[in-house]
Design a binder for this molecule. Sequence first.
Ligand code: ADP
Ligand code: GLC
Length: 492
Amino acid sequence: MKDSKLRIVMISSECAPYAKTGGLADVVGALPKILRQRGHDVRVIIPKYSLIDYNKYRLQPFLGTMGVWMGNGQEWCTVHFADNEGVPVYFIESNKYFDRPGLYHDASYNDYQDNPRRFGFLTRAALQLCRDTSFAPDIVHVHDWQSALGPAYLKIWHWNDQILGRAASLLTIHNLAYQGVYSASHYEYLGLQWGNFTANKFEDHGRINFLKGGIQYADMVNTVSPTYANETRTPETGYGLAMYLTDRGDDYIGILNGVDYAVWNPAVDQRLPANYTSHDLSGKGVCKEELQRRFGLVEDPNVPVFGVVSRLAAQKGLDLLANGVEGILNSMVAQFVILGSGDPDLQTYFSRLPSRYPGRVGSFIGYNEDLAHLIEAGSDFFIMPSIYEPCGLNQIYSLKYGTLPVVRATGGLEDTVQQYNEATGEGTGFKFILPTPGALADTIGWAVSTYFDRKPHLQRMIQTAMAQDYSWERSAAGYETAYERALRNQQK
Ligand code: ADP
Ligand code: GLC
């Protein structure tokens, strides 16, 4: 960004590699690194969940105690520090709130009842940390509902503060469907003042809506792809907040996520049995063989393998696959590998499928980074039939691994995958529109027929896909522009 180097603090509930359930962690892990390379002083603040291994990540004590004012009194925490490849990361430790096995829910997927307090506390503690360390940020960058109260705290409590009074805020929405809507009984604790419990700020049918307040108070708001930014302005995909987003006019924008190609790149990926490039794909064959072996599939290089790595949530549309995959298995030559966890019914379905189609379907229910990389590399095609997708990272990883995405044309999937043109062989993947098992099955069939009948097209698509560049450079420039605008808005 021009010549001005910014001081930026990011507050988030996830950050790779420390704590991750999805793409939010990848973004908060990668974006600060590139912003630092561009000269900005970026710091990240996340909770010290008990699952974060102190020794593995070389955490160090930073502050023995820190007092944080909440709406009904002071609470205490400690702060730890780690260096994430040059990015300072601070961890807020509170046994009361973060000493639990999960990030958001228990092993049975029941949300922790005190989530609004946990993340309200995180956000206030993060701002307090800036004050206690005299770090005066130009930008407070918050992510999703978990830290969406940050902009409001700045404007309600810190507008006149020496350290925080000049900070502008950016709210990044990674998923509009999760808004942080909770009983008003938490409002007092959050310390947002009852005068602000109004329909245009925090109140939502008598409850508190974190994200709504964030949209109202942030100096700039963005989401993670241009198409999703447009979709969320419409009632169908706006989840009740379309009107508020539309009201923000040009202060609500879409910035496509980037990819950390130091982590997701088949040429250097250390988790693979073999590396490869677009000039020499032999390593991809080795990965495919290993993938087939690991998942108990028939080890045949000439059968197309379709991979899935996903949260098993309604958003991801994997019920379309569950409802269509057996028809496909009974009529086409194809293998499937599924890695994911989430919805109990889908978990049960996909965990049983391999025993019903031995050698043709493999699955692993759970979270496993090594397998995620192996599936990206060893599959021929990658399936993402999302009902909606703010950006989606796995399809972008797939492009780099020469694993052609089969996606529904929505949100970031629409923005990053170019439709195959059967007349010319152009394109990087296969897209469909209707969210039905039939449309997905037809599109998988299209990929299968391309695999067997139009090999030159397949080769060309793999080359085109691997040449796509979604590195963070471009997206970082987009964030710099958003920060500049936020600063201008803050000074108005
Ligand atoms: P979302 O954030 O909505 O889940 P993204 O595509 O943006 O979707 O990011 C998902 C990230 O989480 C990717 O890095 C993906 O590899 C990872 N991931 C999802 N499920 C699993 C799993 N079961 N095991 C390992 N990694 C997973
Ligand atoms: C959310 C979205 C996903 C996006 C990720 C990172 O989890 O579901 O589409 O890629 O955030 O921004």
